[in-house]
Design a protein around this ligand. Structure first.
Ligand code: GDP
Length: 381
């Protein structure tokens, strides 16, 4: 028949065109629904949470948000169980080498019947080695020498205790809270234990039933936000963060907005510390402060985290930060390690800013309110 091969070819062509049209419409509909197509919107990393607001900080460059559209406040994270914290151990047991290198050596000197110039030099050297600092050491040795005319050497340890307590001072060391959102701004050189301290604080406050948000404004150190997120997960706190390198003031701004929108009780802001560029540090911290003040009034606390093992260098750090950020309290970390403890005395003598908390380990329970009497007992024995 004349319709043979030509007709079959035409027929095959029509079938192929029809099949092509059907396949094309399936691909388009899959892309529209966002399933499986390469153009599907990218999901944020697991656990990432963003402020409800973008960052219209007047003096901060617009910061790129990780997740674009404003979303309804997420539900509060589940609270941790009290068992998550091990029972506290006495400070004396946790002060690491502080006690053995300082208190016991002093006891040996004060056991002597009379004390001559060489003995007093020994006392002075012991105090300096224990990081008590030049000014406080001079004050303590002068006072002890004067009192030694009236009291027996074995009583000098008691006199020293009183002297240390006097230098540390009697002041309110509780962390302040606000009527609305309490804001604690945490500063310090990197590596001093800021993030760890924030994690410990978050857990402690969550156990009291507070809704806690952590703002990852240390956008400088790689992985700082991941570390903060790990602590947040443990504590049942929420995290506000942006991309690495983002403007820290913008993250603080997002944090304040989110804390207000979600009705949080406490916002803790982590910051980066770059002492080697003191001007930048000052500018960055002042800018963060300004942003917080504009949105919510001054931060309720500005905590400076100092690593007790850095000794007298910590005092220089503290001065720079106090200048930049109007520090209201000091957290002295790593007192469990090789720190000699006397740094507490130096900090109080030289700066007059109250030590409010001490870090005595890496675990969540290893943060304690600073108790001067317990500390002096642990130090002197
Ligand atoms: P940041 O850079 O200031 O945020 O410091 P991190 O929080 O990352 O802490 C630096 C290191 O110090 C980490 O290995 C912490 O586990 C450790 N660390 C923090 N606080 C303490 C403490 O009180 N005692 C001891 N032994 N280690 C601590």
């Amino acid at each position: 028949m004349s319709e043979g091969p030509g007709f079959v070819l035409l027929y095959v062509l029509i079938v192929l065109v029809l099949l092509g049209a059907i396949a094309g419409s399936v691909v388009v509909s899959r892309r529209r629904s966002g399933r499986g197509g390469v153009e599907a919107p990218e999901r944020p990393p697991e656990g990432a949470q963003i402020g409800e607001a973008a960052s219209p900080v007047v003096d901060a460059p617009p910061a790129p948000a990780v997740e674009a559209p404003p979303v309804a406040a997420p539900p509060e994270a589940p609270a941790p169980e009290p068992e998550d914290l091990a029972p506290p151990r006495p400070l004396r047991e946790r002060l690491g080498r502080a006690r053995s290198s300082f208190g016991q050596a002093l006891v040996r000197v004060f056991k002597r019947e009379t004390l001559n110039d060489a003995d007093w030099e020994e006392v002075e050297a012991l105090l300096l080695q224990a990081d008590v600092g030049v000014a406080a050491t001079a004050r303590i040795v002068d006072d002890l020498r004067a009192r030694s005319r009236d009291v027996a050497p074995e009583q000098l340890l008691g006199v020293l205790r009183q002297e240390l307590l006097q230098i540390i001072g009697d002041t309110d060391r509780s962390l302040r809270t606000a009527d609305g959102v309490t804001i604690w701004l945490v500063t310090g050189v990197n590596g001093t234990g800021k993030t760890t301290t924030i994690g410990k604080l978050a857990l402690r406050e969550r156990l009291k039933g507070s809704r806690v948000i952590l703002a990852a404004a240390d956008t400088f150190r790689a992985a700082a936000d991941t570390q903060l997120e790990r602590w947040a997960e443990r504590a049942g706190a929420e995290v506000i963060k942006q991309v690495p390198g983002a403007d820290p003031a913008a993250v603080a701004f997002d944090g304040v907005k989110a804390a207000k929108a979600r009705g949080a009780d406490l916002l803790i802001i982590d910051t980066a510390g770059r002492l080697h560029t003191k001007r930048n540090l000052m500018e960055e911290l002042s800018k963060i402060r300004r942003v917080i003040e504009r949105e919510a009034g001054p931060p309720t606390e500005v905590l400076l985290v100092l690593d007790a093992t850095t000794g007298q260098n910590g005092i220089a750090q503290a001065r720079a930060f106090a200048e930049a950020a109007e520090v209201t309290g000091i957290v002295l970390t790593k007192l469990d390690g090789t720190a000699k403890g006397g740094i507490v005395i130096a900090v109080q003598q030289e700066l007059g800013i109250p030590v409010k908390l001490v870090g005595v380990g890496e675990g969540p329970e290893d943060l304690e309110p600073f108790d001067p009497a317990a500390f002096v007992d642990a130090l002197v024995g």
